[in-house]
Design a protein around this ligand. Structure first.
Ligand SMILES: Cc1cc2nc3c(=O)[nH]c(=O)nc-3n(C[C@H](O)[C@H](O)[C@H](O)COP(=O)(O)OP(=O)(O)OC[C@H]3O[C@@H](n4cnc5c(N)ncnc54)[C@H](O)[C@@H]3O)c2cc1C
Ligand SMILES: *[C@@H]1O[C@H](CO)[C@@H](O)[C@H](O)[C@H]1NC(C)=O
Ligand SMILES: *[C@@H]1O[C@H](CO)[C@@H](O)[C@H](O)[C@H]1NC(C)=O
Ligand SMILES: *[C@@H]1O[C@H](CO)[C@@H](O)[C@H](O)[C@H]1NC(C)=O
Ligand SMILES: *[C@@H]1O[C@H](CO)[C@@H](O)[C@H](O)[C@H]1NC(C)=O
Ligand SMILES: *[C@@H]1O[C@H](CO)[C@@H](O)[C@H](O)[C@H]1NC(C)=O
Ligand SMILES: *[C@@H]1O[C@H](CO)[C@@H](O)[C@H](O)[C@H]1NC(C)=O
Length: 497
C-alpha cells in the first residue's frame, strides 16, 4: 500500500459529509484542509462528499476495487486542471485524472486511496473541422459521445472499443482496440495532437513536431505523463454499410476444440483487413463475433474456409450503417456524458501472444476443459485477432508509439465476474491459470499484457514489464523529464528512471 494512504485518512477525517447541494461550488468547501483551501483559493470546483455528484464521481466500474480519494475536483476547464495539479504538487498528494472511470483496476481513482482525483467528464466538447477532418475532443469525453458527435457533425469516425461509457482518456492513451481496429488501427493511431497539463503546472502542446517524445509516450502510457485536456484526432469516413455477425461454435470435446482453435489461429495470420473478429469463449458457449467492412455475401465468402474447419454456424449477419453497428456492440444509448453509471464485480487479466505452438494450444484447451469449465462463475476469455499480415494495428513501425504490442497476433482478455455477493478472495486463480498454462516455458519477449485490461494483482515492476515491454526504458526516461517526483503515480504506472 502506498504511503499516502495515511495522509488521505487524515484529510478524510476532516471532511464533512451529508450536505445536500448537488452543485459544485467555487466559493468555499465544507472540507477544510490545506489542500482544499488551496483549491478553493484557486477557484477550482470541488465535488463535495454527501452530494449525488460526489457519489458518481468516486464510483468505479469495478465494484471489487473501490477507493476513496483525498479530494475530488470536478474540472470544467484546462485552468481548473492546471490549478488542481499545482495544489496537489504543493501539498504532496498524488494527482490522478479520471475520464470515463472504466479502468478495470480503478486507476481513474488512483488505484489506491488518498489521491486528488481530477474528474474530467464535465469536459466533453467535440468539434469536427469539416475541411481538415481533424476533430478536437476535450479530455473527459466518452467514446459514445465522440462517435455520435463525429458522425453528426460530418459523417466521420475513429476506430475504438465497444463500450460507449469508456473514456477517451484511459482508452486512447493506452491503446484502444475495437471492432474496427483490424481495418483501421488502434484508437491511439488517430491521435495527431494533445494539450497536456504537466506535473510542474505548465500546459504544453504535443504532436509529431511539438514535444515529440512526450507525444510518443502519451500514445501508450499517457496516464503516467500528465493530464490531457484536449485531444486532436484525425478521422476517417466510414463506409455506408457494414455487416456485424456472430458465428456459433460447438466444440463438445477437447479434440474438436483443439482443431477449431488451431484453425482460428491459422486464419488470423492472413485474414483480410476488412474483417474484424474475435473468439469469445465463455464458461457455457463459444462464439466467433465481429464486424465486416462489406456486405453479407462478402462476409460469407471471406469466412467460408474458417467455417469449414471450425464447423461454425453463421447465426447472425446483419448489414447496417455506422452508428447501428456501434449500437449493436455498445447498446442503444451511445451518447454518454457525466453521470454515466455502469458497474460489475470482477477480476481481470490479459495476455498478448505470437502464434501459439501445438503444445501451447494443447495446454490451453486442456486447462479449459479440465479446470476452467469446472468453475461455476461467469467467466469469459475473449481472444481478439489483433495482428497478422493484413492488420492495421501491425502496419505502423513497432516503435512508432509507446504501445508495445503491435507485433502480437492474439490479444486475450480474461474476465471473471460474479452477479451478486462478494467476489471470492481466491477468485483470481481460474483466469490466472489460463495465463500460466499458455506462457509456461515461453520466451519473455513472446508475451505481454494490456494495461487497458490490467491484472490488478501485479507488483509495479512486473506490471511495467508486461505492459510496456521493450519501450519501458525510454518511457521511464521521459517520465523522469516530465514528472520526476511521480506526482501522477499509480500502482502500475511508469516509474521515473
Ligand atoms: C465495459 C467495458 C468495455 C471495454 N471495452 C474495451 C474494448 O473494446 N477495447 C479496449 O481496448 N478496451 C476496452 N475497455 C477497457 C478500457 O479501454 C479501459 O478501461 C480504459 O482505460 C478506460 O478509460 P476511462 O477513461 O474510462 O478510465 P479511467 O478509469 O477514467 O482512466 C483510466 C486511466 O487513464 C488515465 N486517464 C484518464 N483520463 C486521462 C486524461 N485525460 N489524461 C491523462 N490520463 C488520463 C487515468 O488516470 C487512469 O490511469 C473496456 C472497459 C469496460 C469497462
Ligand atoms: C456547508 O455546510 C453547511 C451546513 O451543513 C451548509 O449550510 C453550507 O451551505 C455548506 N457549504 C457549502 C460550500 O456547501
Ligand atoms: C461547468 O460547465 C457546465 C457546462 O458548461 C456549466 O453548466 C457549469 O455551471 C460549470 N460549472 C462550473 C463550476 O463552472
Ligand atoms: C466438424 O464436424 C465433423 C462432422 O461431424 C467432425 O468430424 C469434425 O470433428 C468437426 N470439427 C470441429 C472442429 O468441430
Ligand atoms: C445501409 O446504411 C444505411 C444507413 O447509413 C441504412 O439506411 C441502410 O438501410 C443500410 N442498408 C442496408 C442494406 O442495410
Ligand atoms: C470440479 O469441482 C469439484 C467441486 O469443487 C471438485 O470436487 C472436482 O475435483 C473438480 N474437478 C476438477 C477436474 O477440477
Ligand atoms: C515544466 O516541465 C517541462 C518538462 O520537463 C519543462 O519543459 C518546462 O520548462 C517546465 N516548466 C517550468 C515552468 O518549470
Amino acid at each position: 500500500m502506498h504511503s499516502l494512504t495515511s495522509l488521505a485518512g487524515g484529510l478524510l477525517g476532516l471532511a464533512a459529509v451529508g450536505q445536500a447541494s448537488p452543485y459544485l461550488s467555487f466559493r468555499s468547501s465544507n472540507q477544510t484542509s490545506p489542500l482544499t483551501d488551496c483549491l478553493t483559493k484557486a477557484g477550482v470546483p470541488i465535488s463535495e462528499p454527501g452530494t449525488e455528484d460526489y457519489d458518481i464521481d468516486v464510483s468505479s466500474f469495478n465494484l471489487r476495487l473501490p477507493y476513496t480519494p483525498a479530494v475530488v475536483v470536478g474540472a470544467n476547464t484546462t485552468d481548473h486542471v492546471r490549478d488542481a495539479v499545482a495544489c496537489a504538487a504543493e501539498h504532496g498528494v498524488k494527482a490522478t485524472a479520471k475520464c470515463g472511470g472504466h479502468s478495470y483496476a480503478s486507476f481513474g481513482l488512483g488505484g489506491e486511496d488518498g489521491h486528488l482525483v481530477i474528474e474530467m467528464s464535465r469536459m466533453n466538447k467535440v468539434v469536427l473541422d469539416a475541411e481538415s477532418g481533424v476533430a478536437t475532443a476535450e479530455g473527459g469525453t466518452r467514446l459514445g459521445h465522440l462517435a455520435v458527435e463525429l458522425w453528426n457533425q460530418g459523417k466521420r469516425a475513429i476506430s475504438h472499443g465497444t463500450c460507449p461509457g469508456v473514456g477517451v482518456g484511459g482508452h486512447v492513451l493506452h491503446g484502444g482496440y475495437g471492432m474496427s481496429s483490424h481495418t483501421h488501427g488502434l484508437a491511439l493511431d488517430w491521435m495527431v495532437g494533445a494539450t497536456v497539463v504537466l506535473a510542474n503546472g505548465s500546459v504544453v502542446e504535443t504532436s509529431e513536431t511539438e514535444n515529440p517524445d512526450l507525444f510518443w509516450a502519451l500514445r501508450g502510457a499517457g496516464g503516467s505523463m500528465g493530464v490531457v485536456t484536449e485531444f486532436r484526432f484525425n478521422t476517417f469516413e466510414p463506409p455506408e454499410n457494414l455487416t456485424y455477425f456472430v458465428g456459433t461454435v460447438q466444440w463438445p470435446t477437447e479434440e474438436r476444440a483443439l482443431v477449431g482453435l488451431t484453425a482460428v489461429q491459422e486464419f488470423a495470420k492472413t485474414m483480410p483487413a476488412e474483417l474484424n473478429m474475435r473468439l469469445y469463449i465463455a464458461s457455457r458457449f463459444v462464439n466467433l463475433e465481429g464486424l465486416y467492412y462489406g456486405d453479407k455475401a462478402g462476409l460469407e465468402e471471406t469466412l467460408a474456409p474458417l467455417i469449414e474447419k471450425t464447423n461454425a454456424t453463421l447465426a447472425l449477419a446483419k448489414t447496417v450503417g455506422w452508428l447501428d453497428q456501434l449500437k449493436h456492440y455498445g447498446g442503444s444509448n451511445l451518447d454518454q456524458g457525466h453521470g454515466h453509471e455502469e458497474h460489475e464485480n470482477f477480476y481481470s487479466t490479459s495476455l498478448y501472444t505470437k502464434e501459439l505452438s501445438d503444445t501451447q494450444l494443447q495446454s490451453f484447451v486442456s486447462y479449459w476443459f479440465h479446470s476452467a469449465k469446472n468453475n461455476t462463475r461467469n467467466w469469459h476469455v475473449q481472444i481478439d485477432l489483433h495482428g497478422g499480415e493484413n492488420s492495421a494495428v501491425a502496419a505502423p513501425a513497432a516503435d512508432s508509439t509507446s504501445y508495445a504490442h503491435r507485433d502480437y497476433l492474439l490479444m486475450y482478455l480474461l474476465y471473471d465476474r460474479i452477479n451478486s455477493g462478494e467476489y471470492p478472495a481466491d477468485g483470481h486463480i481460474v483466469m490466472d491459470g489460463f495465463v500460466d498454462v499458455i506462457t509456461e516455458g515461453m520466451e519473455r519477449e513472446d508475451w505481454g499484457m494490456y494495461i487497458n485490461y490490467p491484472n490488478p494483482g501485479l507488483d509495479q515492476e512486473s506490471a511495467q514489464v508486461n505492459y510496456w515491454g521493450s519501450h519501458l526504458e525510454k518511457l521511464q526516461a521521459i517520465k523522469k523529464e516530465v514528472d520526476p517526483e511521480d506526482l501522477f503515480y499509480y500502482p502500475q504506472g511508469i516509474s521515473p528512471a
